[in-house]
Write a protein that binds this ligand. Structure first.
Ligand SMILES: Cc1ncc(COP(=O)(O)O)c(C=O)c1O
Length: 413
């Protein structure tokens, strides 16, 4: 057989999981997740580092609890992220909000939940936050505990992004914060998503630090997420050790005590997740194998929404009666198609897979980030269950939906 990565766990386990929890199924390997968390944590020796997992990528509470138990906090993009984080047991001060475009009620909600670190995306959002905070409502956070930061927008560093505030706006931001008796103490930098080139981060560290020093009350640097994950298993991976040592070195030489916040999303959780599905149909178009599986891009929208690549491997048991022995060991160009007629319903195009049969199991790899979190009811297929594997055991961490979910909140006679 040509090069073909092994599936993440045994055929027997995959069969047992599907038998127990149904197909398709999201499976997370807890031990792998803990190892990745440890790897990232150890790669940044700077002592004042706080890790905040970006739950935009995966909001399953059992997984969030693994981050919490590992000493990480949470990065929230939305009030919903905060809500899930609190339900997972994070203390409000372990949650960093770095989102965009909240209305007044949402800003009140976030502050009333006790969130103390907020990185705002515009002067209007900063003004709103200061006003709501000083109006107090039911929030009881003392002024001294509130940490306000700005998200940076500078095309040469942050690319063509709608997010953030230009350095020219800093003086106004500082003034409006001070008018409310508050201070602007943080700079948040987000390089862009899924960047595997370590240099793209290391080469901008000095510039970011110079910009942060324009804030007279500068106390923390949030270096964001955006760290890549090598979905193509042959590709170069983000070098956490190099990034960690360069960033730590620069901050240690500053001569002042700056807190560092790192909020990895996909880099932390992508690799521990697998979507299992079963083959329901096989046909051939000349040399090309067209495999139909019992899942859809609504269950895993990444390939259709972002054109993202996810490696697909098959559990092909030994040759069955009708096949010539050895035939199952050749690879064929294969399209893996979802169970709808939506024109973009491909889990993978031009994959290299052995000839498959109805009932075979396929595994879509590295779906821990933006997988279940981006699944939807488009195409009206209920969402799969989620299962966590740990210490050789598996446990259900989210139930499979049934068709009733399609009626939720519908009003009809
Ligand atoms: C501010 C911020 N931090 C972290 C993340 C997570 O990004 P990634 O998955 O690229 O690490 C996001 C994603 O939207 C974000 O907006």
């Amino acid at each position: 057989m040509n090069s073909y990565p092994p599936p993440p766990f045994s055929l027997e386990l995959a069969q047992e999981l599907l038998m127990t929890h149904g197909s398709p199924l999201y499976v997370y390997q807890g031990d792998d997740l803990r190892q990745t968390i440890q790897h990232i944590t150890q790669a940044i020796p700077y002592p004042r580092t706080q890790f905040r997992f970006a739950s935009v990528t995966n909001g399953n509470i059992a997984l969030l609890q693994i981050f919490r138990a590992s000493g990480w906090g949470l990065h929230a993009n939305t009030p919903g992220d905060v809500y899930l984080g609190l339900k997972a047991g994070f203390a409000p001060e372990q949650i960093v909000y770095s989102g965009s475009n909240l209305n007044r009620a949402e800003m009140e909600q976030i502050l009333n939940w006790g969130i103390t670190t907020l990185n705002l995306d515009s002067l209007a959002q900063l003004q709103l936050c200061c006003e709501v905070f000083t109006d107090r409502g039911t929030n009881t956070t003392p002024h001294s505990l509130l940490r306000l930061g700005l998200r940076l927008n500078l095309p040469e560093l942050t690319g063509d992004s709608r997010i953030g505030v230009r350095p020219e706006e800093f003086p106004n931001a500082i003034a409006l914060t001070r008018q409310q008796g508050l201070k602007l103490s943080g700079l948040h930098f987000y390089r862009g998503t899924g960047i595997n080139a370590t240099k793209a981060f290391t080469e901008v560290i000095d510039k970011i630090i110079i910009i942060a020093q324009q804030l007279p009350d500068w106390e923390y640097l949030d270096f964001g997420g955006g760290f890549g994950y090598p979905y193509d298993h042959g590709a170069v991976a983000f070098d956490w050790e190099l990034f960690g040592s360069e960033l730590s070195d620069r901050l240690s030489r500053l001569g002042r005590e700056i807190d560092l916040v790192i909020e990895p999303g996909r880099a932390a959780i992508a690799g521990c997740g697998t979507l299992l599905a079963q083959v329901v149909s096989v046909k051939w178009q000349l040399e090309k194998q067209i495999v139909g599986v019992d899942t859809t891009v609504a269950n895993l929208s990444v390939p259709s929404v972002h054109g993202g690549y996810r490696e697909i491997v098959a559990y092909a048991p030994l040759p069955l009666g009708v096949l010539t022995p050895g035939y199952r060991h050749s690879l064929f160009t294969t399209d893996v198609c979802g169970n709808t007629t939506y024109s973009r319903d491909y889990l993978g195009k031009n994959c290299q897979l052995p000839p498959l049969e109805i009932g075979d199991i396929i595994a879509v790899l590295d779906v821990g980030a933006y997988g279940y979190a981006m699944s939807s009811h488009f195409l009206h297929r209920p969402k799969p269950a989620e299962v966590l594997l740990e210490n050789g055991q598996h446990r259900l961490i989210r139930r499979r939906e049934d068709y009733d979910v399609l009626l939720t909140n519908q009003v009809f006679d």
